[in-house]
Ligand binder design. Structure first.
Ligand code: ASP
Length: 341
C-alpha cells in the first residue's frame, strides 16, 4: 500500500459539469459521484479524499474571497495529506494558481490545479487524464519528500509552475502555456520530472496563509493613439493604489510629454505602477530604448518577465500585506515564489 495521500478540492469548472437534459447548458454535478465518472480513481493505492465546495462555480466568477477559502481548506488539511489537487475552471486558472502561490507562504507540498476543456462525462474528454495525472503528481514522493512542492497547473501532458502560466487556447486540450519558464514535468508513458526547474522549499517553517488581497488595482494595455485624457482619468480613479501597465516590446511606451507627465504625477502621489510587456515571450528591460528609459524616469517599476495574471495578483497580495510603498516596489522586483526570472 502506497502511504501517500491526496485531497482533491473541487471548486467547479467544466471538469465537474454535465449537460442539463432540458436546458442543454453545462451545470455542475454532485462531485461525490466522481468515482462513477472516473472509476480508475479506485485503482489508486493512495488515500484519496474529496472536498467539494458547496456551490461550485464557473471560474469566471472566482474572486479573492474564494481564493481565501481554498487557502483555508489547504491550511486546515495540510498535515493530513501529502498533496492537494484543485479542480478548477480553465478560464481563470492561471489567476488562481498565481494568487494561491502568493497566499501560501512556506509551502512544501504539491498544490496541483487542473481542469478540462470538455466535461468529464463526454465520451471524448480531457478531464480524466488530467485528474488522474494531477493526482499521481500530487502523491509523488522521493526519499519521503514531495517531488513538486509548488503551486502548479497540470494540463494535457505538462506540469507548469502556476504563476508562470497563461490560458492560451479556448479550444485545444493543451490550453496553457508557460512562455518564460520550462515545464516542471511532462507525462507520457512515464511522468518525467525536470528536477532542476522545480523549486526546493527554502525552509522548514510552517505553512502560513495570507487570506487578504487588496483589489484597489487595475490593468491598462497601452496602444498607439491611446487617449492621454482617458489615461489621466484612470490613473486618478479614487482609491486606486496599483496599476499594471502592459507596454510594447521590452517595456516601451509613447514618449509624449503629456502621456509621461500623467504617470509621473500619479506615481508622485503614491500610485504604484508596474510595467509588464504585451509580448508573452521575453522580459521588460526599461533601459534598452529611450522610450523605456523615459517611462522609468516617471517612477514606473520594472516587472521583468512576469505574466499579467501573476502581476495583478502579486500587486493585490503585496498591497494587502505591506504598508510602505517603497517595500512593495522592492518586492515587485524580486521573485517571491519563482514568478520572475
Ligand atoms: N467557463 C469554464 C470555467 O472556467 C471553462 C472551463 O472550465 O474550462 O469555469
Amino acid at each position: 500500500m502506497d502511504t501517500s495521500s491526496v485531497l482533491v478540492i473541487y471548486t467547479g469548472g467544466t471538469i465537474g459539469m454535465k449537460q442539463n437534459a432540458k436546458t442543454k447548458t453545462l451545470v455542475p454535478f454532485d462531485f461525490s459521484e466522481i468515482e462513477k465518472e472516473v472509476p480508475e480513481l479506485k485503482k489508486f493505492k493512495y488515500k484519496l479524499d474529496i472536498h467539494s465546495f458547496k456551490n461550485p462555480i464557473d471560474s469566471s466568477n472566482i474572486d479573492p474571497s474564494f481564493w481565501s477559502n481554498i487557502a483555508t481548506v489547504i491550511k486546515n488539511n495540510y498535515d493530513l495529506y501529502n498533496g492537494f489537487v484543485i479542480l478548477h475552471g480553465t478560464d481563470t486558472m492561471s489567476y488562481s494558481a498565481s494568487a494561491l502561490s502568493f497566499m501560501l507562504e512556506n509551502l512544501n507540498k504539491p498544490v496541483i490545479f487542473t481542469g478540462s476543456q470538455l466535461p468529464i462525462d463526454s465520451v471524448r474528454n480531457d478531464g480524466k487524464e488530467n485528474i488522474l495525472s494531477a493526482i499521481e503528481i500530487a502523491a509523488s514522493q522521493q526519499n519521503g519528500k514531495p517531488k513538486v512542492p509548488e503551486v502548479c497547473i497540470f494540463f494535457e501532458n505538462k506540469l507548469f509552475r502556476g504563476n508562470r502560466t497563461t490560458k492560451h487556447s479556448a479550444e485545444n486540450f493543451n490550453a496553457f502555456r508557460s512562455y518564460n519558464y520550462p515545464a516542471l514535468a511532462e507525462s507520457g508513458v512515464e511522468i518525467k520530472y525536470n528536477s532542476p526547474a522545480i523549486a526546493k522549499p527554502k525552509s522548514n517553517k510552517v505553512l502560513k496563509i495570507h487570506t487578504k488581497m487588496d483589489t484597489s488595482v487595475i490593468g491598462l494595455k497601452i496602444f498607439p493613439g491611446i487617449n492621454c485624457d482617458f489615461v489621466d482619468k484612470i490613473l486618478n480613479i479614487k482609491g486606486l493604489k496599483g496599476i499594471v501597465i502592459e507596454t510594447f516590446g521590452s517595456g516601451n511606451a509613447p514618449a509624449s510629454k503629456k502621456f509621461l507627465s500623467k504617470f509621473k504625477a500619479a506615481i508622485d502621489n503614491g500610485l504604484i505602477a508596474l510595467n509588464i510587456s504585451q509580448c508573452q515571450v521575453g522580459s521588460v528591460e526599461m533601459e534598452r530604448y529611450e522610450t523605456g528609459i523615459l517611462l522609468k524616469k516617471t517612477g514606473v517599476v520594472c516587472g521583468k518577465d512576469i505574466t499579467f495574471e501573476a502581476a495583478i495578483t502579486k500587486l493585490s497580495f503585496l498591497l494587502a500585506n505591506n504598508k510602505a510603498v517603497t517595500v512593495i516596489k522592492e518586492k515587485l522586483q524580486k521573485s517571491l515564489r519563482g514568478e520572475i526570472s
